[in-house]
Design a protein around this ligand. Structure first.
Ligand SMILES: [Zn+2]
Length: 178
């Protein structure tokens, strides 16, 4: 009698251990999948828009452009932001031809931002990371690094070398919206 009860307890204990391990395994998988899932949900919250108006950019991009110019223009942005252009200049075209991207110049093209302009670039990046959810911002590029609201778990990520100061975004900040 006592032996049977002992065996039962042992079996129940083993079952509990297996259940516990499955639970932990499930939680680990959920934790891994969560950033991707939530990022997909975030992207789905922003249906694609078509460019319109004289600047040929989407309403979403227009709102970001205005906000950045209002916030950072007086602090030293170089000229008007460059948004729509027919040629994206990168593989796949990117978002400029779709009216969903703007370049905010910190320096005359081809000159690397240092000192105050560099601090301005970093402030714009920080602003984007803070406001991405509010404005539907997809990603920001500065100084050959990218932050994406789709892959926030990757943080401020180093990009491939595209070859020049401008192509590597050392003279401007690039912002794309969904
Ligand atoms: Zn750009």
């Amino acid at each position: 009698m006592n032996t049977t009860r002992g065996r039962d307890t042992a079996r129940r204990g083993k079952r509990r251990t297996i259940f516990g391990l499955l639970l932990i395994g499930g939680l680990v998988l959920a934790a891994i999948a969560w950033p991707t899932l939530s990022a997909q949900v975030r992207a789905a919250n922003w249906p694609k828009e078509q460019p319109r108006g004289p600047r040929h950019i989407t309403a979403r991009m227009e709102a970001v452009r205005e906000a950045v110019v209002k916030e950072f223009g007086p602090r030293g942005l170089e000229g008007a932001p460059g948004c729509y252009r027919e040629e994206g200049g990168i593989a796949g075209g990117g978002e400029h031809p779709l009216g969903r991207a703007c370049d905010f110049m910190l320096m005359p093209a081809g000159e690397k931002a240092t000192g105050k302009p560099d601090a301005l670039g970093e402030a714009i990046v920080a602003w984007v990371r803070e406001h991405a959810g509010e404005y539907g911002i997809w990603y920001v590029i500065y100084e050959q690094h990218i932050w994406s609201s789709r892959l926030p778990q990757q943080g401020w990520k180093l990009m491939e070398d595209r070859g020049s100061i401008t192509q590597n975004h050392f003279d401007h900040v690039h912002i794309s919206v969904y």
